[in-house]
Design a protein around this ligand. Structure first.
Ligand code: 5RP
Length: 270
């Protein structure tokens, strides 16, 4: 399981007090987090809803410089309506009726440098200050188009698989992405039980892609971090175990220690 990757602990804010998201994120960073894993759910790809780019935009100045890994649990992450709106813009120029203007002035539509842009997932997140856009291979028929769009927007690309999806679904895209995400719960909710039978997916990836960032997400905490680390994951998402603890710093340290030891062992074996 040789690798030159670095250990990074990214608490999920899903189980935090979302009414105080800024303060919670600051607290997690002060406790030793390396990045923040922000769970975006749309009620379609998963049966739950959290928040979108307007919240991320407000959060950005509260934790400047912190790496935001946006876990986009959304259907059609590549979706935007710019093409449709360009057409509407042309029509609006031709037919500037008050009714038409009313539609174009709806809060869902933003005027930008004279052209209409409806900010949907990728554009919205990059504008909000996100650093990485992690989406699911199951969520789109156009994985490559989505990867291209994320890169053009200036963000890193993460690509994930749900528990029921074979890890081979990631293989055609590995050279195009920055991080592979292996879910160890069914996405949608925090506080679920860790699925240890997902570890062969992590081992498979690490054996073949030594320098790939591999993130594991779902039910991870001190009780199972050793198997996650030994399998070869170097980016660890942990929600309930960190935010629900009276000692979040100690939990983060414990996760870090396990992953760093496994990485060190792997480097010596290299
Ligand atoms: O993506 C997620 C759920 O879909 C969360 O990031 C994940 O579940 C982390 O929370 P916990 O550690 O409590 O399981």
């Amino acid at each position: 399981m040789a690798t030159s990757c670095e250990c990074k602990i990214g608490p999920s804010i899903l189980a935090a007090d979302l009414s105080m998201l800024g303060t919670e994120c600051q607290r997690l960073m002060e406790c030793g987090a390396d990045y923040l894993h922000l769970d975006v759910m749309d009620g379609h790809f998963v049966p739950n809803i959290t928040f979108g780019h307007p919240v991320v935009k407000c959060l950005r100045p509260k934790v400047p410089g912190v790496f935001f890994d946006m876990h986009m649990m959304v259907a059609k992450p590549e979706q935007n309506l710019i093409g449709v709106l360009t057409f509407l813009t042309a029509l609006q120029i031709l037919i500037p009726t008050p009714r038409f203007r009313g539609r174009l002035d709806s809060p869902k539509v933003h005027w930008s440098e004279g052209s209409l842009v409806r900010k949907v997932w990728v554009e919205g997140m990059t504008d909000a200050g996100a650093n990485q856009f992690t989406f699911h291979v199951e969520a789109t028929d156009d994985v490559i188009g989505c990867i291209r769009k994320i890169k053009e927007a200036g963000m890193k690309v993460g690509l994930g698989v749900k528990p029921g999806t074979p890890v081979s679904a990631l293989v055609p895209y590995i050279e195009l992405i920055d991080m592979a995400l292996v879910m160890t719960v069914e996405p949608g909710f925090g506080g679920q039980k860790f699925m240890s039978d997902m570890m062969p997916k992590v081992q498979y990836l690490r054996q073949r892609y030594q320098d790939l960032d591999i993130e594991v997400d779902g039910g991870v905490g001190p009780s199972n971090i050793d198997v996650v680390a030994e399998a070869g994951a170097n980016m660890i998402v942990s929600g309930t175990a960190v935010t629900g603890s009276d000692e979040p710093r100690a939990v983060i340290n414990r996760l870090k220690q396990s992953v760093e030891e496994a990485l060190q062992k792997a480097r010596l074996e290299r």
